[in-house]
Design a protein around this ligand. Structure first.
Ligand code: SF4
Length: 349
């Protein structure tokens, strides 16, 4: 291993030139982010993959992000993940076969649903969603996409994050009586005859453990510790947490909110409920104007599996011709891409 990994990565990047593009999610550590040509949230990165010309895309993020990038990449491009073991646990809460069973059960019961899947899902699930007339969404466009999905049929099945689904429904003014969190077992719906399957919005019982750990008590404690502070959080947090905050929105919203406050109310305190790598970066970026603190401890252990050393190893393997690109089963490519491109089309991209 070289003594100075950073310098070695810089040198490898120079060698590849425009043939290489390193993309990174906002939840990545600064040591990784410093090497990224493009950083963004899931929506921004999905958009940018389709525009990138480089033949090698090294994607610093979790598995589903690499898969989505491979789906959107051109025929001459290859996508590499520095650590294929970095997985989003929420993305494993919707096994494709189980979701297909549930969609069939709903149709058989006379309550067919249009599936709307958060981008944090694997490619097999995206393929089922595409096949059943649905689309993908991100936290940045969940409102637009839920409105779109409700326009496609009588009801929507939102997967896998029940909190994002619920918070988005609240933003759209959908009555809680019009929503139902499904009870799902290993073989499909549990006692479907006792469930309110006729409601407009059916929510899959999944969540992000990193964001779901915040509680209303954390919000109350932050207000007590930082009188007059503003508190914002990501909509993967629980409904009661979002209700106690001053505002909620996607990663892009949280970044803009920090910029806005730093410019408009210097000296203020902003409390941010999301993954701490992003919060710490915002705190450092705006340290001269305002104070930015995390709502609580929230580090995604899987995002953290992508390290500077892993990035260097990937670039070295790429240089030697031994790097293994992300591949997507041919049978699922078309419907999965359809689910993603429906999102990009519905959002005017
Ligand atoms: S923060 Fe949550 S949603 Fe994001 S990658 Fe980690 S587990 Fe998945």
């Amino acid at each position: 291993m070289p003594k100075d990994i950073s310098a070695e990565i810089t040198s490898l990047k120079q060698r590849f030139g425009s043939r290489l593009c390193i993309m990174g999610h906002h939840y990545q550590h600064d040591m990784v982010v410093q090497h990224c040509d493009i950083t963004g949230d899931s929506l921004e990165l999905a958009r940018r993959v389709a525009q990138v010309q480089a033949e090698h895309i090294v994607f610093c993020g979790v598995w589903f992000m690499g898969e989505s990038a491979a789906l959107l990449a051109g025929h001459n491009q290859r996508v590499y993940l520095p650590n294929p073991d970095a997985d989003c646990l929420m993305s494993r809460m919707t096994p494709a076969r189980l979701v297909r069973t549930v969609l069939e059960q709903l149709a058989a019961a006379g309550h067919p649903a249009i599936p709307l899947a958060y981008v944090n899902t694997d490619v097999e699930l995206k393929a089922v969603v595409g096949e059943y007339g649905g689309a993908v969404c991100t936290s940045a466009n969940a409102r637009t996409m839920l409105r779109w999905a409700l326009g496609q049929g009588e009801r929507v099945l939102f997967l896998p994050d029940r909190h994002l689904g619920d918070n988005t429904a609240t933003q759209l003014g959908i009555d809680p009586e019009e929503r139902h969190v499904l009870r799902v077992g290993a073989r499909g719906l549990v006692q479907p005859e006792t469930q309110a399957l006729n409601r407009r919005l059916l929510l899959w019982p999944g969540c992000c453990a990193i964001h779901a750990r915040f509680s209303p008590d954390d919000v109350a404690a932050a207000r007590a510790t930082h009188p007059g502070c503003r508190i914002v959080a990501h909509p993967e947090c629980r409904e009661e947490v979002i209700a106690a905050c001053d505002a909620a929105g996607s990663t892009a919203f949280l970044i803009k909110e920090a910029e806005r406050l730093a410019a408009e109310t210097p000296g203020c305190t902003l409390v941010v409920g999301t993954e701490n790598n992003l919060v710490n970066r915002l705190a450092a970026r705006h340290a001269k104007q305002c104070r930015i603190v995390p709502l609580g401890h929230a580090i995604c252990g899987n995002m953290a599996k992508v390290t500077e050393k892993r990035l260097w190893q990937t670039l070295t393997a790429l240089d030697c011709g031994t790097a293994i690109p992300v591949t997507v089963d041919e049978n699922v490519q078309k419907p999965a891409r359809l689910a993603l491109t429906r999102m990009l089309a519905a959002c005017g991209q």
